[in-house]
Design a protein around this ligand. Structure first.
Ligand code: AMP
Length: 401
């Protein structure tokens, strides 16, 4: 069975075609710069050693999807003869609000509900919808499934998702914590439980997703009970370009005492802050290099970044009461021994101790790096959001929902 996973951004479409029997990727690609004069499509497949790269104007997502469907069925670069060989398509959808707790088969009602959530994710949900509509036209009759970034967090209790502002704003405008990166947190949590040979339903974890976007989740008995991103992905940890937690009064102070208008402040906090604001780059590899070379900005940025994570670990440990493992994932979490060590430094009395040699080994697979005698396991689990979307899509097909 082949399942196509699609992640549509405002000017991009990322895709992977999985062969579910062995969970292998048969073809994958990235189409970027849709709508710009020079679009770029890079397509790799098991059929050819070197990828196919095309540079040309791609007017819109519809045209992009036609190119992708063409490449998947192409005599030289394709891996299927006809689009009907795709059993289902799984779409990443960023915001499902309170409506979607689980993956769903997409129909007109679901499309309408995703549209209704546009105010909560004005950049992402319209792009996701465009991808869904284009996939429906170029893969006619193929079931389309929506997998929501927010779904894993919909069980967070009220005391953790409400903000302390008058309740009418929750009732009227649905202002509350939703949380994101749900597919990644849920995937690594399941993998961690399997690795520890534990029943996920009896396992408490803190999962730390450190990529360009960063978030941390407290998982009790397999369920998310709190997470650092909020109504939008801006809240919480320091990220590549986002500030994370900040005194909300700073927004008003900036509006009163600088030339910035509200949309400039939005841009500043989402796109110009975080690691980029502190050091000039959002690439952690460069920042760690600058830090080794003695850059004061890089030293401060890494101290702030890891201190914020440590504070959340303490808070979520207290919220959970009992903790089985701390799990690192995504670009920085999987690859940087230095960042992992700094986040967990000094937590030995809390039962979290790292073995430096194990932490520094650069194996790519799931592994534990806690010191002998550490009460709590420390795991590195490579995330795979696309595979998780494919698995959840397959599950929907099986259940016929
Ligand atoms: P992601 O969004 O998961 O692709 O992660 C992107 C982030 O991972 C970027 O900040 C990269 O600099 C960072 N990253 C990737 N490899 C490494 C590495 N070996 N050491 C430190 N950071 C890394």
């Amino acid at each position: 069975m082949n399942i196509l996973v699609i992640n549509t951004g405002s000017s991009s479409i990322k895709y992977q075609l999985f062969h579910m029997e062995d969970q292998s990727v048969r073809a994958s690609g990235l189409l970027e710069r849709i709508g710009e004069p020079a679009g770029r499509l890079k397509h790799s497949s098991i059929k050819s050693e070197s990828p196919f790269v095309m540079e040309k104007h791609i007017a819109d997502h519809e045209t992009g999807m036609r190119e992708i469907a063409g490449l998947l069925t192409d005599a030289k670069f394709g891996v299927i003869k006809n689009v009907s060989e795709v059993a289902a398509i799984g779409h990443r959808v960023v915001h499902g609000g309170e409506a979607f707790h689980d993956p769903v088969l997409i129909d007109d009602t679901v499309i309408k509900a995703i549209e209704e959530h546009i105010p909560l994710a004005p950049l992402h949900n319209p792009a996701n919808l465009t991808g869904i509509r284009a996939a429906i036209s170029f893969f006619p009759g193929v079931p389309q499934v929506g997998i929501f970034d927010t779904a894993f967090h919909t069980g967070i209790p009220r005391h953790a998702y409400h903000y302390a502002i008058p309740n009418e704003y929750y009732k009227k405008l649905k202002i509350r914590r939703y949380g994101f990166h749900g597919t990644s947190h849920s995937y690594v949590a399941k993998k961690a439980a399997e690795f520890l040979d534990r029943d996920i339903a009896r396992t408490n974890l803190i999962t730390i997703h450190l990529g360009n976007g960063c978030s941390i989740t407290a998982i009790k008995n397999g369920q998310s009970i709190d997470t650092s991103m909020g109504m939008t992905p801006l809240e919480g940890l320091i990220m590549g370009t986002r500030s994370g937690d900040i005194d909300p009064a700073i927004h008003f102070y900036l509006a009163d005492h600088s030339d910035l208008k509200f949309h400039d402040i939005d841009n500043l906090l989402n796109k110009e802050s975080g690691l980029k604001g502190l050091t000039g780059t959002n690439d952690m590899r460069d920042i760690l290099k600058m830090r080794r070379e003695g850059s004061h900005d890089a030293v401060l940025a890494v101290d702030m970044y890891t201190y914020r994570i440590k504070k959340y670990i303490g808070a979520y440990y207290a919220a959970l009461g009992k903790l089985d493992a701390v799990v690192f994932t995504a670009g920085i979490g999987e690859n940087s021994a230095e960042i992992r060590a700094l986040c967990l430094e000094g937590l030995e009395d809390m039962g979290i101790a790292v073995d430096s040699a194990k932490n520094e080994s650069n194996k790519r697979t799931i592994r534990s790096v806690q010191a002998k005698g550490s009460k709590i396991a420390v795991l590195i689990v490579p995330t795979n959001e696309e595979l998780e979307i494919a698995l959840q899509t397959q599950e929907i097909l099986r259940n016929g929902k």
